[in-house]
Design a protein around this ligand. Structure first.
Ligand code: ATP
Ligand code: ZN
Length: 225
């Protein structure tokens, strides 16, 4: 284990949230030397270490208290929270800031030829998704009996492959849906990137550092608006 007096922050290693999350840290004056293959990056001017992992791992790392802070999409965060709650695992965290990037929506989409009036049209049907807990909560709220089918990839080809009747996937422009003969119908969850902190109190030194960083993050968010 590395030095526990240094503030540990989890960021997505490579993907849609990586560059913007690193940009926030750099914009608030944290000097980082990131070597592409390494899991850990040490700041050279602050007592901060970055843990670079898959975004799926970030909520659990924060909820288990393995890292102090994490940059994560609310979709992934809420899904993991529901999953861990159902499994009686630690699922608490604090949201420090909602950020101005990573915007997307988790939407239900159906094949062009399918009759769809409202979510009730999915009664008795199968819906492929990477977010079964968010989708099943939505079905429960809407009073619809439909089944979420878990797929970690290629969700958009599930209807054509005969694996599901419809899908529930992340959308930003809708181009992927269109390319696969699907129409976006209902928004299940709206998401942005957030900065979260573990539920258990930080040491005095670490908390003092976080308290110095947050106003600078606010400055960066405002500057972009
Ligand atoms: P990893 O290898 O880290 O698991 P991934 O393939 O799960 O990566 P990305 O595609 O990089 O993840 O997406 C990460 C996050 O970016 C999403 O969970 C979501 O919060 C956000 N995001 C923003 N726009 C989109 C989009 N159009 N499609 C998917 N995710 C998006
Ligand atoms: Zn992921």
């Amino acid at each position: 284990m590395s030095d526990n007096t240094r503030l540990r922050i989890a960021v997505q290693k490579s993907g849609r949230l990586s560059d913007d999350s690193i940009a926030v840290l750099k914009a608030i004056g944290i000097k980082l030397q990131i070597r592409d293959r390494l899991l850990i990056a040490h700041s050279t001017n602050q007592a901060i270490d970055l843990l670079r992992v898959r975004d799926d791992d970030i909520p659990g790392l924060v909820m288990d208290g393995v890292v102090d802070l994490g940059f994560i999409g609310e979709n992934e965060l809420e899904e993991k929270m529901l999953e861990r709650k159902a499994a009686n695992k630690k699922h608490e965290y604090k949201t420090l800031r909602r950020l101005d990037y990573g915007g997307c929506r988790l939407s239900i989409a159906v094949p062009n030829e399918m009759q769809y009036d409202s979510v009730a049209s999915l009664e008795g049907k199968k819906v492929a998704t990477t977010y079964p807990f968010l989708l099943e909560r939505f079905f429960a709220e809407q009073g619809v009996n439909a089944q979420a089918v878990m797929l970690t990839g290629s969700v958009e080809v599930a209807p054509r492959a005969g694996v599901a009747d419809a899908i529930c996937d992340l959308v930003s422009t809708g181009a992927t849906l269109e390319a696969n003969g699907l129409r976006e119908k209902d928004v299940v969850f709206k998401s942005k990137a957030v900065l979260i902190q573990k539920a258990k109190a930080l040491s005095e030194e670490k908390q003092a550092l976080v308290s110095r960083l947050l106003p600078r993050i606010d400055g960066v968010i405002q500057a972009k608006e």
